[in-house]
Design a protein around this ligand. Structure first.
Ligand SMILES: [Zn+2]
Length: 404
């Protein structure tokens, strides 16, 4: 039974690769228009990509005067009947997956996945099942997924290699060595993109070794795009400003934290999307460029997301992991740092009380501590940071994506 399933999965992989059309084919005229029901998270851009058309064409077809669409709206889209099948990649269903989750991950819809795979019941998929995934901006080459291929500063890049008979994958991105993790049917690596990363195209170079020891190399380009980070002026009390102006202290604490989040635990401790540690108004977004007391605007901006909530509000763990720091620091106040494995860490600053100890395992939703205003802080708030391979990344991105 088991071997039969693997056989079917491999056959589907091969089938998926065979769907890739030869390069440089002229696009045939589209078929008659079809209707499309706008889903949560859809944009005109995403729909245009999915139907291999343009925003302008969709707007013209529907007489739209703006780019605004709403969930549940019916749109006419160019027909795909006579179109060349779009390139696809394949995905192996993992424990805990639903078709909705797979659709979300690849920026597509349950309907598109159902249609492409001929699924009679979208609620019935099984672990180990190979699903063909429609082409999207995330697909670089058959079997290689770069998600997203146009990554923003402060974003997290997911690189996935799915090929039959793979024994190992290694590679570099922008000269930095990648660490690949094996999963069922594919290998993946996560790359944290600095909030002050250089803009433009960076090379991704991969070496794939199959079970017979044959190696294949391939390369692709990833474009780092600017994020329009806001600028804010922060007024600090003289005593707080004095701490900040002590560059030796600020630098030393930053180095200690960098050392704390640099080890890469090889076990992956988390699963699914990360949770927001509490509900509350965001008072400062990740990457916001700051000027303290009218001074110069720093080059790299805010290290995390701030939530403005009353002192004493409970802070809950964003995902499963092991506590590697719980104590008082001068700049970040009472801080907890959690290792989630694979170079992914999260941190909670300025707490009034800590509820965990170093070495303790925490599950998503476990109490971490209470909100406060310890350290370099202007009032009660939670500062929430995430690190990927030592780089600060936007934690809110992790609440919207399942990586991988
Ligand atoms: Zn903050």
């Amino acid at each position: 039974m088991r071997s039969l399933r693997i056989g079917v999965a491999l056959a589907l992989c091969v089938f998926a690769f065979a769907l890739v059309p030869p390069a440089a084919d002229a696009a045939p005229p589209p078929g008659p228009p079809e209707t499309y029901l706008v889903q949560s998270g859809d944009t005109l851009y995403a729909i245009a990509i999915r139907y291999q058309t343009t925003i302008v064409a969709i707007k013209k077809l529907n007489g739209l005067t703006s780019d605004t669409i709403r969930v549940g709206q019916t749109l006419l889209v160019p027909g795909t009947d006579s179109a060349v099948p779009a390139p696809t990649t394949s995905y192996i269903v993992q424990p805990g997956d639903s078709l909705y989750r797979v659709a979300l991950r690849y920026g597509t819809t349950m309907r598109a996945l159902s249609d492409l795979n001929g699924l009679p019941n979208p609620n019935l998929i099984w672990v180990g099942q190979a699903l063909a995934i429609p082409n999207s901006v995330t697909l670089a080459k058959p079997g290689l997924t770069i998600d997203p291929q146009f990554v923003r500063q402060g974003g997290t890049l997911l690189i996935q290699v799915a090929r039959p008979n793979l024994a190992s994958v290694s590679g570099t991105f922008s000269g930095q060595t990648l660490s690949f993790t094996r999963s069922a049917g594919f290998y993946y690596a996560l790359v944290g993109i600095s909030r002050c990363a250089k803009l433009g195209t960076s090379p991704l170079n991969l070496t794939e070794t199959d079970l017979d020891g044959q190696t294949t190399t391939e390369s692709a380009n990833v474009t780092i795009q600017t994020t329009a980070f806001p600028v804010e002026n922060v007024t600090l009390a003289p005593s707080v400003a004095a701490v900040l102006s002590d560059q030796t202290l600020v630098k030393r604490e930053a180095e200690q934290l960098a050392a704390l989040v640099s080890p890469r635990t090889t076990a992956r401790l988390w699963s699914g999307a990360f949770r927001q540690p509490l509900a509350g108004r965001i008072s400062s977004n990740f990457g916001t460029r700051r000027s303290y007391n009218g001074g110069p605007v720093g080059p790299c901006g805010h290290e995390g997301t701030d939530f403005s909530v009353p002192g004493g509000t409970a802070i809950y763990s964003d995902a499963r992991g092991r506590v590697v720091f719980a104590g008082l620091t001068q700049v970040r106040g009472n801080m907890v740092v959690v290792d989630h494995g694979l170079g992914v860490y999260s941190a909670y600053y300025h707490q009034s009380e800590l509820a965990v100890q170093v070495g303790q395992m925490v599950d998503a939703g476990d109490l971490i501590g209470k909100v406060g205003t310890t350290g370099l802080s202007t009032g009660n708030h939670l500062h929430w940071s995430m690190f990927v391979n030592g780089e600060y990344v936007d934690p809110m991105d992790w609440t919207r994506r399942v990586l991988p």
